[in-house]
Ligand binder design. Structure first.
Ligand code: GLA
Ligand code: ZN
Length: 682
């Protein structure tokens, strides 16, 4: 079910009024400016603990009452944060156990944020109290619409409490120390444990060579964070069981397996800070598109863009301004991929401390006639003019596997390339090819089901867990198309190599056996030469390949593309195998983009995959759609600062909005950094 907050898309920001309580004129101007930008939601309370509970057990909610009431009276809703992301001094001073211990076993001092132990009973008790107080007071306030639990959960703690919790987690998983030793293969280097109490978390000056342990530690940290989040949720939920819950996620955040959080939160939200204009904006646009699709896929529902900057950040290596148009384009891109909001960090720049120069809607000049303010206001206006698309969703026939646990294992693997195994790059290469064609993609992990997809792409699935090889087999048996790549089916869920032929459990499905893999230096490349047409002949000629080269023996599969160079010249690098009612393809190396473009164009044709628009778009432009029962909303993005003409669409399509109306006269020419929003009846 789609979660809707209002009858229109949301527009707003992280708002920190607690920094300005001494200046009521600023707070009054904030309201005026929020209205001028058609803002209808503010996230508050995230870093307010010291103002809400200035001394242990002494609470002050009056200021927050005033803020929430004043926002509500002016038509602005609130996303209310729990304040666990940063703690007051009294708490750290009296109970040092709440502070985090680093991998070198040194405890942090008070300061910074995200500096708390997820296990500490004291931290849990104190956050439970303040959360419950907030909930008691505000959970039924008509202006408060969502619990924003903490801020960007992340990080790990190696304190004694966490060590004990890790040992408990391991005992639960393995039962006996003998089983742990077997699964961790501790006979290697004489690392055998005699008792669970001997186990210590990975450390730079201690154990870090047991891959199974490294993996279990990452799983434990993710589970412990999730457990902490659920502790926070349990404190607020009873006060209004209808109030939905979110926690804001981050770009490619490695530390948490976000798929595991999907049943605990009601709506996914995330914070998006692309480095626009650093390199090719189209490439950055596709990179960002992938992250939006990943976030949408976690619950297969619309999500919230919880943070983005209206201008620049202040933590990237260079703080570039968004060129005119980019703010509207990048904000609407989120909507196009399933967001029901555009929200910013931050509403107003602080006067001091480390984020005083971070972009905001309102700057230190306190003016509303700035370039940034005007673009924000323009976007706010556009959002109010769009039809109600909040109930629409994205439909995908393609699933790409992106699995956090596989990533953790790939990155710890030591060989065949220690420089960069390129898991993300591999996943992105497949994603880009579909997105450029306007074919929407769902991301799944190995615990997801494959039903309903026409094609499943499983890039670099080094680890197989949760019976995923069985799921892939059944999928192909039933008529699905599977694409696997090099470095697949090597280890089990505990990071033990599978015995027998690789890819484990799939050799008959793929019709091949992988015997060896060659690592290539960055200055090296090979090439794949097409030997036979797949279906339309688009895949033709030769394509360069890099990184890793899988050396396979065919056992029933046909060679479509073969290596050009080295001692394995002539051996298959793209294969096709018919298996029961379906087909399985195996790609043995990492290719240049044109290979994936052409390969997936062939498959799209063969499988008649749905595209957002049935026309060929220029190279800086892509389209994506959302749909409800009757209408398809198509968003056509031009990620270039040059105008881009697109083929005229017939009368079945109508333009309902564009992000740069003042610049564009011609209906089917996109201005620089423009998005065209088109509808068609289904
Ligand atoms: C993160 C945090 C915010 C702020 C921004 C700055 O997303 O959640 O509090 O620090 O980064 O870009
Ligand atoms: Zn700890």
């Amino acid at each position: 079910m789609t979660l809707q907050f209002s009858d229109r898309l949301l527009h707003g920001a992280d708002y920190n009024p607690e920094q300005w309580l001494h200046d009521p004129a600023i707070l009054a101007r904030d309201i005026e400016y929020m209205k001028a930008t058609n803002s209808n939601v503010m996230s508050i309370g995230m870093f307010s603990w010291a103002k809400l509970e200035p001394q242990e057990g002494v609470f002050d909610f009056e200021w927050m009452d005033n803020i929430i009431n004043s926002l509500y009276e002016n038509g602005i809703s609130v996303f209310l944060s729990t304040p666990s992301g940063a703690r007051p001094m009294w708490l750290a001073k009296k109970y040092p156990e709440v502070l985090r211990v680093a991998p070198n076993r040194q405890r942090n001092l008070f300061g910074a944020r995200h500096n708390h132990c997820y296990t500490s009973p004291v931290y849990r008790e104190k956050i439970g109290i303040i959360n419950a107080k907030l909930a008691e007071r505000y959970a039924k306030h008509p202006g408060v619409k969502l619990w924003h639990i903490s801020n960007e959960y992340g990080g790990e703690c190696h304190c004694d409490l966490c060590q004990e919790a890790f040992r408990g987690w391991l005992k639960e998983k393995y039962g006996t120390i003998e089983e742990l030793n077997m699964q961790w293969w501790t006979t290697f280097w004489s690392h055998t444990y005699n008792d669970f109490s001997d186990v210590e978390s990975p450390a730079p000056h201690g154990e870090n060579a047991i891959h199974g342990m490294n993996l279990d530690w990452k799983r434990f940290v993710s589970d412990q964070t999730q457990d902490f989040m659920n502790h926070e949720i349990a404190a607020v939920k009873p006060y209004n069981t209808d109030m939905p819950i979110t926690a804001n996620f981050m770009y490619y955040f490695n530390g948490l397996n976000y798929f595991k959080f999907k049943n605990d939160v009601d709506i996914i939200s995330w914070d998006n800070y692309p480095t626009w204009h650093k390199t090719d904006d189209f490439a950055i646009g596709l990179d960002t598109a992938m992250m939006h699709d990943l976030m949408r896929s976690i619950k297969k529902q619309p999500f919230l863009l919880m943070e983005s900057t209206p201008s620049s950040t202040n933590w990237q290596s260079v703080s570039k301004l968004k060129k005119p148009g980019m703010h509207l384009l990048s904000s609407m891109q989120a909507i196009a991929h399933g967001s029901n909001s555009v929200q910013y960090f931050q509403w107003r720049k602080s006067r001091g401390s480390s984020e005083k120069l971070h972009g905001a809607v309102v700057s230190h000049n306190d003016r509303s006639d700035t370039r940034v303010f005007k673009e924000v206001a323009q976007l706010g206006d556009l959002l109010t003019r769009l039809p109600d698309i909040a109930a629409s969703n994205t439909h995908s026939e393609v699933a790409i596997v992106y699995d956090w646990e596989n990533k953790w294992a790939v990155e710890d693997s030591q060989g065949p390339r220690n420089k960069n195994m390129g898991y993300i790059e591999e996943v992105q290469a497949h994603y880009r090819a579909f997105t450029k064609q306007g074919i929407s993609v769902d991301f799944i992990d190995m615990e997801c089901e494959l039903d309903g997809y026409k094609i499943v792409v499983a890039p670099m699935l080094y680890m197989l867990r949760a019976g995923f090889e069985q799921k892939m087999r059944k999928f192909v048996e039933a008529g699905g198309t599977l694409v696997t790549t090099y470095w697949t089916g090597m280890i089990n869920e505990n990071d033990l190599m599978f015995m027998g032929d690789a890819p484990h459990g799939l050799t008959d499905v793929l019709g091949l056996v992988s015997e060896e893999i060659d690592g290539l230096y960055d200055h090296e490349s090979n090439a794949g030469v097409v030997q036979q047409s797949l279906s339309t002949g688009v895949l033709s000629g030769s394509y360069s390949c890099t990184m890793l080269c899988d050396l396979v023996h065919l056992q029933g599969a046909e060679a479509i593309v073969t290596y050009k160079d080295d001692f394995y010249a002539g051996r298959a690098v793209l294969t096709r195998n018919s298996f029961a009612k379906g087909e399985a393809y195996h790609i043995g190396s990492h290719f240049e983009d044109s290979f994936y473009d052409d390969f997936y164009r062939e498959l799209a044709h063969k499988l008649t995959l749905e595209t957002a628009l049935p026309v060929q778009l220029p190279s800086s432009v892509y389209a994506v759609s959302r749909e409800d029962e009757s209408t398809k909303y198509i968003f056509i993005h031009n990620f270039s600062n040059a105008a881009a003409p697109i083929p005229a669409l017939d009368e079945a399509y109508s333009v309902i909005a564009r992000t740069r109306p003042e610049l564009t006269q011609e209906q089917w020419t996109l201005a620089p950094y423009e998005m065209l929003i088109v509808t068609t009846n289904k």
